[in-house]
Design a protein around this ligand. Structure first.
Ligand code: AMP
Length: 217
């Protein structure tokens, strides 16, 4: 977890590469449904465009379908879920496996706004760019030459709303997971690999412990 723009998607990809668990982003699942013009996608778009949370019902039904796929059997990485207490509680019901390891990427508000305003995404392969870091002036993707676009919800008025929703709904999860001893906060400032090293330190320790517990059973 972490506020919008904290690097959840990017770090999730790196975790997927290194540890082999598939990354599931509820934002990506929703954007895909919007792009395909499905009934759920059409409903979700109204909320997404305003920076509001999509209904728990829609998000959970999409997630539930995804986590029963065979590649999720050994575990999976959630990016952008849960976003409120109700979702956290439902997750415990739909997946009765080991408790999650919760990593919260922390960033100051000013940094978040800077990052989101300069974020661009390849409309084709979805690679994420930060214009102020990459000093990119081209509008084409380095990987596939696709066109770089700004997400509708990365526009200033929507960013404000997304942050409001984050503080109102998602921040409550910190206490929730802290109370269960599952919560780890990581400083999100620094380059991608520095943040990733911080995450790996936590994951290596926690996964070792989990494997030892399983082995002792
Ligand atoms: P993200 O890509 O995670 O920033 O999500 C983009 C948008 O998708 C959010 O602003 C919400 O409108 C919606 N969304 C993503 N994940 C969730 C979720 N777990 N619950 C409700 N809405 C979500």
């Amino acid at each position: 977890m972490g506020p919008p723009g904290s690097g959840k998607g990017t770090q999730g990809e790196l975790i997927q590469e290194k540890y082999g668990f598939p990354k599931i982003s509820t934002g990506d699942l929703l954007r895909d449904a919007v792009q395909r013009g499905t009934v759920l996608g059409k409903k979700a778009k109204i909320y997404m465009d305003q920076g509001l949370l999509v209904s728990d019902e829609i998000v959970i039904s999409m997630l539930q379908e995804r986590i029963v796929e065979p590649d999720c059997r050994e575990g999976y990485i959630l990016d952008g879920f849960p976003r409120n207490l109700a979702q956290a509680q439902i997750l415990e019901k739909i997946d009765e496996g080991p408790a999650p390891i919760v990593i919260d990427i922390y960033l100051e508000e000013k940094e978040i706004i800077d990052r989101l305003s300069s974020r661009r995404i390849c409309s084709s392969c979805k690679t994420i760019y930060n214009l102020s870091i990459s000093k990119k002036t081209e509008v084409r993707c380095d990987v596939c030459e696709g066109q770089l676009i700004q997400r509708e919800d990365d526009k200033p008025e929507v960013i404000k709303e997304r942050l409001r929703v984050y503080h109102e709904e998602t921040v409550k999860l910190i206490d929730y997971y802290q109370g269960k001893g599952l919560y780890f906060r990581v400083d999100g400032l620094g380059d991608i690999n520095t943040v990733f090293d911080r995450i790996c330190d936590i994951l290596d320790g926690e996964l070792d412990e989990l494997n030892n517990t399983e082995a002792a059973r």
